[in-house]
Design a protein around this ligand. Structure first.
Ligand SMILES: [Zn+2]
Length: 92
């Protein structure tokens, strides 16, 4: 399930990778020129880092849907309730 996919209101594609981290696929912050020969993705194990990354996208003028940040924050609340760790057993 993705936090956000590319679309009219979104310049980012962020999702939970099957390997257990949150990925910003072909991150525009890493591939600024549009001429990148190597397309790279950003990977996060902490939701707080992913939120910070989405704020960086916003600062750069990229479209980031509010729902993506809200869902990450909601998941952090759930993690707090179940013991302050994310589903991978790491401290949030
Ligand atoms: Zn990114």
């Amino acid at each position: 399930m993705s936090y956000s996919r590319w679309g009219p209101d979104s310049d980012i594609y962020m999702f939970e990778n099957v390997e257990g981290y949150i990925e910003c696929m072909v991150c525009m912050l890493l591939n600024k020129s549009g001429m990148a020969t190597k397309l790279e993705s950003m990977k996060f194990t902490k939701r707080s880092d992913a939120i910070e990354h989405l704020n960086d996208h916003r600062s750069a003028g990229h479209k980031v849907p509010k729902r993506a940040i809200e869902r990450l924050k909601f998941e952090m609340v759930i993690c707090d309730i179940v013991g302050g760790k994310n589903i991978y057993g790491e401290t949030v």
